[in-house]
Design a protein around this ligand. Structure first.
Ligand SMILES: O=C(O)[C@H](O)COP(=O)(O)O
Length: 206
């Protein structure tokens, strides 16, 4: 039985383009982001993949990405489950600030720690550990059981909500997680074993 799980970070958003911390703010995709999402769908289609269910967050950029991928696959009517458990990390007081301005104000190193460390939250926001504490129970309770039943599952979400998931799938540690970067619109195709661990991982680059 195939146990297929595909993770995709949304395409470029308006605030990615403007270099702003986004978090739970809700900008839509840019034109480039739309093209990235469609290209992701095309790459999945080229591999002959299709899905039985899709999951996305409560935020527009991820939902839009999910819709465009499904459109490219000819699966626009597929059951799509939205849940804020899959939302981007809450960036707290950084939300809406320019990332370069933040580096000038707090220093390169501090901003990098907020963005990429495992357990240091940005002011008023969520660390990756906090994000994992909502993403992983949702994965275990809602997503993984479907994968294990043989349903082919698409998850369209965010840089940090997916980093929390990839950390577990790829067995990264608090020490190695800071180097993990997820590109926009680049599907990660996982196949799982019967014991839920990863049998294979393919990154569909453009
Ligand atoms: O929320 C954001 O600002 C981005 O989507 C992800 O930000 P990061 O690259 O700082 O993790």
């Amino acid at each position: 039985m195939e146990r297929l799980l595909v993770l995709v970070r949304h395409g470029q958003s308006d605030w990615n383009l403007k270099n702003l911390f986004t978090g739970w703010k809700d900008p839509d995709l840019t034109e480039q982001g739309v093209a990235e999402a469609r290209a992701a769908g095309q790459r999945l289609k080229a591999l002959g993949l299709s899905f039985d269910v899709a999951f996305t967050s409560a935020l527009t950029r991820a939902q839009h990405t999910c819709r465009l991928i499904l459109e490219e696959l000819g699966q626009q009517n597929l059951t799509t489950i939205r849940d804020q458990a899959l939302n981007e990390r809450d960036y707290g007081e950084l939300s809406g600030l320019n990332k370069d301005d933040a580096r000038k104000r707090w220093g390169e190193e501090q901003v990098h720690i907020w963005r990429r460390s495992y357990d240091v939250p940005p002011p008023g926001g969520e660390s990756l550990k906090d994000t994992a504490a909502r993403v992983l129970p949702y994965y275990i309770g809602e997503i993984l059981p479907r994968v294990m039943r043989g349903e082919k599952v698409l998850v369209a979400a965010h840089g940090n909500s997916l980093r929390a998931l990839v950390m577990v799938l790829d067995r990264l540690t608090p020490e190695t997680i800071p180097t993990l970067e997820l590109a926009t619109g680049e599907p990660l195709v996982y196949r799982l074993r019967a014991d839920t661990t990863v049998e294979s991982k393919d990154v569909l680059k453009g």
